[in-house]
Design a protein around this ligand. Structure first.
Ligand code: 8BR
Ligand code: ZN
Length: 268
């Protein structure tokens, strides 16, 4: 966890939270049984959850691309951060024998594990969210759907991606704290974009973003469709799925409050 920076949101606590949520979906929601995961699969999911934002600079892919950052140049603007996080982790592992958990694996096992972890971290790129979710939904509905066979990796990808956006399925008290953190980070980016004369990214303008409205949209367009898909093979997540409507109703009640807050902080 050392390489996680002290960002408001993308910190080691977020990584631990995602790894813990993955563990919950694996064990309490029985994905281990449903997908017939072996020890290696389980380790891969937990490692992917723990490393999925490793070294996150607290800036989005869009910012890195627009500001012509070194990382965007390295990864040709494609899933810049999601390429960077596992790349850093594997480099660290192979650069230091003491921490290399892969060292004693046979060639083919290592190749399989490395591929699986990289696929899961790449699945956390929100740019691929809608297209991948559509494919996963159609696989779950297909007559030849095999959660413990040819569809297993796709479902493992969804376990990590859904855990990454699972805050709105938790209690409102916890969810609200994560929301404040993610927006604090976005607003620091927006301040940088303003200073650099770059376009201010979606949700990154502290003077115009209504926190409650943003969360209603996030629940409706991202989190609810994601967990509706998860319920298709993990019905035990249902009680948490129900939190989405409860939490959305709470944000709806707060929209007016945030409107007034915004009106009081308008720049002169
Ligand atoms: P990452 O953690 O991989 O960045 O993916 C989660 C993304 O979902 C955030 O970067 C942000 O774009 C969006 N998001 C929003 Br909007 N509200 C969020 C919230 N309350 N918790 C987590 N992510 C949120
Ligand atoms: Zn994340």
């Amino acid at each position: 966890m050392k390489g996680y920076l002290d960002n408001p949101y993308h910190s080691k606590v977020h990584a631990q939270d995602v790894a813990q949520t993955c563990n919950f979906l694996l064990s309490k929601c029985k994905f281990i049984e449903i997908g017939q995961l072996d020890e290696q699969d389980i380790a891969c999911v937990l490692i992917a959850g723990a490393i999925h934002d490793y070294g996150h600079p607290g800036l989005t892919n869009a910012f890195l691309i627009n500001s012509r950052n070194e990382l965007a140049l390295t990864y040709n603007d494609q899933s810049v951060l999601e390429m960077y996080h596992p790349s850093q982790c594997f480099k660290i592992a192979w650069g230091n024998q003491k921490v290399n958990i892969f060292e004693n694996l046979q060639f083919h096992k290592y190749r399989r594990i490395r591929e699986s972890i990289i696929l899961m971290v790449l699945s956390t790129d929100m740019a691929h969210h809608a297209s991948e979710l559509a494919i996963t939904n159609s696989r779950i509905a297909a007559p030849d759907f095999e959660p413990n066979g040819k569809d297993k990796q796709r479902l493992m990808d969804l376990i990590v991606h859904s855990s990454d956006v699972s805050n709105p399925t938790k209690s409102f008290e916890i969810y609200k704290q994560w929301t404040e953190k993610v927006l604090a980070e976005f607003w620091l980016q927006g301040d940088k974009e303003r200073d650099l004369g770059l376009p201010i990214s979606y949700l990154c303008n502290r003077f115009t973003t209504n926190t409650a409205e943003a969360q209603v949209g996030f629940i409706d367009y991202v989190v609810k469709p994601t967990f509706a898909c998860v319920l298709g093979f993990l019905p035990a997540y249902e009680p948490f799925f129900q939190n989405l409507d409860k939490n959305k109703a709470k944000w709806q009640e707060l929209i007016e409050y945030y409107k007034q807050q915004l009106a009081s902080i308008q720049p002169k």
